[in-house]
Design a protein around this ligand. Structure first.
Ligand SMILES: [Mn+2]
Length: 295
C-alpha cells in the first residue's frame, strides 16, 4: 500500500487568468488528465487524442498511466502514423510551455523506474498530489495499485457464494436457536447475498477502494484511470474522478482556471460533457464499511 510520506506535493501552479498565453499558445484549461491510451496496440485512438489535445491546450497535462503499452512490445506490436503523430504532439505540448507529468501505470510500469526523472521535458512521477485552482488537493495515480484489493474481494465473493448456499440451510438452524433463546431471528442468507452482490461488482469495488485510500490521505479528490470507465462522483466525501481511456470511450478530465473539474468525451471530433462536479451535499456514504470487508 502507498505510504503517506511517498506522495510529494506538486509545486503550486501560478494562478493565471482564463485563457492565459504562454509560448505563443492560448492555454484554455488549467489542467488536462488523460490515461489508458495503449500506444502500440491496434485499439489506440491516437488521432482522436491528438484532436482532443489540440482543442484543450492546458498549462499542465497529466498522462495518468498505460499511455504506452509495453506489454505488447515484441508480441502483437502495432504502430501507426497516427501514433507517431501523438508522440510528436505530446512533445510539442512540452515545447508550447505545458508542464507534462507522466504517472506510469501497469502497462508502462518500466517507466516507474524513472520516477522523479525528467525525460524529454516530461516529468515522471509515481503518484502526485495536484493542487486545484481553488486550493483543493487531488491525489493523481493510475489505480492498478488497487487490483489486489479488488481481486481479494472477488475471491471473497466466490467464497461468499458457496457460503450463501450453506447459509440458507444454516439459517433455519440458527434462527431456531435464536428463537429457543428468546432472540429475534436474523436472515444470515440475506446478509451474505447482499455482500456477494456488491463484491461481484468490480468497478464499484475499485472505485470505493480508491476513494477510501484518498480519504485516508485526507485529500479532497482522487483522479485515476486503469479500469477504462470514465466516472465522476462523490464517494464518502471524496470526489472520485476517472478520466476513462483512449481505446474505446475517448474521454478526458479538464480543470478550468477556477478549479472546476469536467469530464468530457471526444465524440466524432466534437466535445461532449459527460459530467460536471456533483455538489458536495449529494455526498453518498462509502459502501465498503457497510460490507464489513477489511481492505
Ligand atoms: Mn492499467
Amino acid at each position: 500500500m502507498l505510504k503517506a510520506g511517498m506522495i510529494p506535493r506538486t509545486e503550486p501552479l501560478t494562478r493565471l487568468p482564463r485563457g492565459s498565453r504562454s509560448h505563443g499558445e492560448t492555454k484554455r484549461f488549467r489542467t488536462v488528465w488523460v490515461s489508458d491510451v495503449h500506444l502500440g496496440t491496434r485499439a489506440c485512438q491516437a488521432e482522436a487524442l491528438v484532436a482532443f489535445l489540440d482543442a484543450h491546450p492546458a498549462e499542465r497535462l497529466y498522462l495518468v498511466g498505460d499511455i504506452l503499452d509495453g506489454w505488447k512490445l515484441g508480441r502483437g506490436w502495432t504502430w501507426t502514423e497516427g501514433q507517431t503523430r501523438l508522440v510528436q504532439r505530446l512533445l510539442e505540448a512540452v515545447q508550447r510551455g505545458t508542464d507534462v507529468v507522466y504517472v506510469p501505470g501497469n502497462h508502462d510500469e518500466a517507466l516507474r523506474r524513472f520516477g522523479r526523472m525528467v525525460l524529454a521535458g516530461v516529468r515522471v512521477k509515481q503518484q502526485v498530489v495536484h493542487e486545484l485552482a481553488d486550493g483543493r488537493r487531488a491525489l493523481v495515480l493510475h489505480g492498478d495499485q488497487f487490483d489486489g484489493i479488488v481481486a481479494r474481494h472477488r475471491v471473497l465473493a466466490a467464497v461468499g457464494d458457496r457460503l450463501y448456499g450453506l447459509a440458507l440451510g444454516l439459517n433455519q438452524i440458527v434462527n431456531a436457536g435464536l428463537h429457543f433463546l428468546g432472540l429475534q431471528p436474523r436472515s444470515l442468507s440475506a446478509f451474505l447475498k447482499q455482500r456477494v452482490k456488491r463484491a461481484l461488482n468490480y468497478a464499484a469495488g475499485f472505485e470505493e477502494a480508491v476513494a477510501r485510500e484518498a480519504a485516508r490521505w485526507g485529500v479532497d479528490a482522487v483522479i485515476c484511470g486503469h479500469i477504462h470507465k470514465a466516472e465522476m462522483r462523490r464517494i464518502g466525501g471524496v470526489l472520485y474522478a476517472n478520466d476513462g481511456d483512449w481505446v474505446e470511450s475517448c474521454t478526458g478530465l479538464v480543470e478550468s482556471f477556477e478549479g472546476e473539474l469536467t469530464l468530457v468525451a471526444w465524440d466524432g471530433g466534437r466535445k461532449r460533457v459527460l459530467a460536471t462536479e456533483p455538489p458536495a451535499r449529494s455526498a453518498e456514504p462509502c459502501l465498503l464499511p457497510a460490507l464489513g470487508l477489511s481492505v
